[in-house]
Design a protein around this ligand. Sequence first.
Ligand SMILES: Nc1ncnc2c1ncn2[C@@H]1O[C@H](COP(=O)(O)OP(=O)(O)OP(=O)(O)O)[C@@H](O)[C@H]1O
Length: 528
Amino acid sequence: MGMKNHEMVPLPLISAIAGIHRGAVARTLSDLCKHKLVAFERTKKFDGYRLTVLGYDFLALKALCSREVVGSVGNQIGVGKESDVFVGGDIELNDLCLKFHRLGRTSFRKIKEKRDYHKKRKSASWLYLSRLAAAKEFAFLKALHDKNFPVPKPIDVSRHVVVMGLIDGKTLCHMDHIEDPAKLYDRLMALIVKLGRHGLIHGDFNEFNLMMLEDERIVMIDFPQMVSMDHPNAEYYFDRDVQCVRNFIKRKFDYESDDYPRFHEVERKTNLDSELEASGFTKQMRLDLNKAYDEGNFLAHCEADDVNEGDEGSSGDEQDKDRGEEDDEETPENNDDDDDDESDSDEGTIIQEEDEDVDKEELKQTEVESQQQMKALGKSERFNTWLSTATSQLSDVDLKELDGECPLLLHPREVEREAELRAEREAYIQAREEADKEEEEMMEETGNSGNIEKEKKKSVKSASKTGPKSVTSTGSTIIPPDEVKRRASLEAFRNKEKARLKVKGKQCAVRRGRKENRNIIKEYDGWI
Ligand SMILES: Nc1ncnc2c1ncn2[C@@H]1O[C@H](COP(=O)(O)OP(=O)(O)OP(=O)(O)O)[C@@H](O)[C@H]1O
């Protein structure tokens, strides 16, 4: 929640959102840091915590487990430019495919090449964008599956994770031999036309996004750039998909044909594109996602704080660049901090950048370790200081003066307060003793001194032990007006004492806590 508008979420805000005391939150966060689910970052001005990619994965998996959609996670079966794909199992251990969207892994330059987008950059949250990408994929999967398109079965989506059916096949790029290339060619072209008839264009119809089953049927596994047939550049995208298939079959299986679909020949039957508008993936989400692709900045989550602010380099004309080349530039291990968005694609520069990344990572790790040590040291120092102050204050307290009170070990602040109260109480006891003495004398004068004397003594004794107690008198006596006044003021003092000790109700404390939280959230609102 905090990361909606904070790159690093400050501790007070986390505590306010969680509704947990700051100390407990700090302890929990330090545990999470140990497991690399959150990371602590310190900059010149602010410090705070951010959710890591792993932390976000855990959140999504936790939700999917609670819904009993996912019961297990297995090996990684694929690494896309913008995703990690794992095999998984449901609670009955049936196979599933878990696709974790990771917008931000791919560099700006590569996104631009793929997406035909350019324009200026602006910060975008990788959490939000990954979530949007997942929502979009799930909405498309569902719509296409409902229309009997050959796509994996959509099962569920949570945050940035899409759960779908596992396809037991090979991606076309891994197929070295097929029985009948002409049949494959026809199948692929038929699929492009079928999409067109439903008002859609794949936009990235290539051998990396298509899988082949054992019986040579084709399954579309990825369609991140699907556009409507009404798109202003629809014809361009359509022709590009067709050409992509022609090139691939020619290159890989040495088959060529002049028979291929043309954009104007496609007869539109249904409007799946407009149906998709009404799906879970709203227009606003589409706009946000496209804007992010346009602006190309997915670096909000990068580990290194000195992220290069790259410029706008290549244009959309480079889109047809061989996919293989791009894959060579990928660094799968370095899964969340690619920042090589320069227009220059020189291999040497890329290797140098990777080395720098490794150095930065090491540096960062040592920094984090030293921070943790400092924190631990800081804590023990604080404890030692507190202990020595408390000891010295305790030694100042004269236990005899407590006059029978249990000499408990108190916090230094309580000791101070006790001392203040004691002074007030002594004054009060003294005043009361005087009053009782006078009263006693008056009683003696009136001849009623017998049992009353004993009573008074007992009363004074108990008052000196336990503080203010009500004054009792068993005999009838005439009390002078001055004495009445004094007693009234003593009573008032006692009531004041009682009011000070009054504990506020639980409800009041809850309300106060909520109010404080609201104020903290307000205070940090919009701070990035
Ligand atoms: N449903 C699935 N069943 C089996 N394997 C899958 C499935 N979905 C994806 N994969 C595997 O994961 C790999 C990457 O998936 P996908 O192409 O969807 O990721 P991506 O990040 O969108 O990739 P890119 O943008 O590079 O095409 C695929 O090449 C494929 O091997």
